[in-house]
Design a binder for this molecule. Structure first.
Ligand SMILES: Cc1cc2nc3c(=O)[nH]c(=O)nc-3n(C[C@H](O)[C@H](O)[C@H](O)COP(=O)(O)OP(=O)(O)OC[C@H]3O[C@@H](n4cnc5c(N)ncnc54)[C@H](O)[C@@H]3O)c2cc1C
Length: 381
């Protein structure tokens, strides 16, 4: 069997490596050029994601490039301590969740896939496909095409294949937030190692972790109308945090601020697979970044899909088994993350309610049992 994988983000290379372990040949087709590196901010690879990477023997490189972040401390903008919650649950060997630049995570999984002999074709944006019954043909924007036995879309939240499978599929939902992030040195903010400091400010949300090097890995979520993009974000960000009782506004005044990106997630879509084509990762179940699970869920998908393709009698049975094993969990993550995102974009009344209720919510969430569905989930090949 030969699999065409569209999208060389995080899930694409992970899927190709998992398929290879399962004895299935795969080739990756990425819309952008090989140099599309350094894009994006950082993201969380939770302990369950590292457990999945361990199956692919790629976890060590990822951990070495990131910083351990097993704990989250929440405060309000006025400095009120709202509570603490674990960011992941340690694996049996003590591995904890790590934060890593998305570009580093991308580079590692892509290079590992290449080192294992997987071919990646760049500048190949899928625009249409033909499922002939016996095979699937992918057509690319540059006029070329590729033929395989199955096609796996790992095209991310704005997947073209998703609309080709089901033109009526719900569109991604804007969360109401623009996200920013960077790594900087700024002595005005301190923190304990391994801890995300999450600040639910008066007008916007700010999170940061302090690395052993002393650098601050920060991100900010700003409530904003979709598409309302100013020439310069800095004054808006500084204004949004100016009234909070901390130095976040000063950091934003002094540090490089990249382009903000609008945060989306995906409502439950009816069709995960049709004929010889299947959706994985964000293409099937994009989550907002608030739960820190997008990459981890895509990597879990990769391993489960490869196992199903290896063990099921045919691709149809494999895709059905994959959806059966993955849909409920992935959609639960989307809805959990959405709840967190909504509390970041709270209005004045919601904010008062949030600051009153969050300590109770966090107390409940702090127990290991309430987090185990998310973090004590181990996929195998
Ligand atoms: C540039 C970028 C920056 C990001 N930055 C962050 C971040 O800072 N924080 C965070 O939490 N999450 C970020 N994400 C999202 C995060 O990477 C994903 O949620 C997660 O890794 C799930 O991975 P995925 O492989 O399903 O999708 P993605 O990692 O989004 O990868 C999808 C890939 O498919 C390619 N593609 C899209 N359409 C086509 C097509 N028609 N044909 C061929 N290829 C196609 C894209 O170029 C991309 O490389 C970012 C995603 C991207 C693409």
């Amino acid at each position: 069997m030969k699999a065409l994988i569209t999208g060389c983000g995080i899930g694409g290379p992970a899927t190709a490596m998992a398929l290879r372990e399962a004895g299935i040949e795969a080739e990756i087709f990425e819309a952008y050029g090989a140099t599309a590196e350094g894009v994006g901010s950082f993201l969380n690879v939770a302990s369950n994601g590292l457990s999945a990477l361990r199956v692919l023997d790629t976890h060590r490189e990822v951990m070495a490039a990131g910083i351990p972040t097993p704990r989250m401390v929440m405060t309000s903008g006025s400095g009120k301590h709202l509570g603490e919650v674990a960011n992941g649950l340690a694996l049996d060997d003590g591995t904890v969740s790590h934060t890593i630049l998305r570009s580093d995570l991308y580079r590692i999984v892509r290079d590992q896939a290449t080192a294992r002999g997987i071919k990646i074709r760049y500048g190949k944006r899928l625009v249409s496909l033909d499922d002939t019954g016996d095979q699937v043909v992918a057509h690319f924007a540059d006029g070329t095409q590729a033929t395989g036995d199955i096609l796996i879309s790992a095209e991310g939240v704005h997947s073209r294949t998703r609309t080709l499978l089901d033109p009526k599929a719900p569109a991604p939902r804007y969360s109401g937030l623009y996200s920013f992030g960077g790594i900087t040195t700024f002595p005005g903010l301190t923190g304990e190692p391994g801890t995300y400091h999450m600040i639910f400010g008066k007008k916007a949300f700010f999170g940061y972790a302090v690395a052993d090097s002393g650098e601050i890995w920060w991100f900010a979520n700003l409530p904003r109308e979709e598409g309302d993009v100013p020439a310069d974000w800095r004054p808006l960000l500084v204004e949004a945090f100016r009234h909070d009782g901390n130095r976040t506004a000063d950091l934003l005044r002094e540090s490089p601020i990249g382009d903000g990106f609008p945060v989306y997630d995906l409502p439950s879509i009816p069709t995960w697979h049709k004929g010889r084509v299947v959706l994985t990762g964000d293409a099937a179940h994009a989550t907002s970044p608030s739960a820190g699970q997008g990459a981890s869920q895509a990597i879990e998908d990769a391993i489960v899909l490869a196992r199903c393709l290896r063990d099921a009698p045919d691709h149809g049975a494999a895709f059905a088994a994959f959806e059966n094993e993955r849909r409920e969990r992935a959609e639960r993550v989307v809805s959990y993350s959405r709840t967190i995102s909504n509390s970041k974009a709270a209005g004045p009344v919601g904010r008062v309610f949030r600051d009153l209720m969050m300590p109770l919510f966090l107390k409940k969430a702090a127990s290991q049992e309430s987090l185990s569905w998310l973090y004590r989930h181990h996929v195998s090949l």
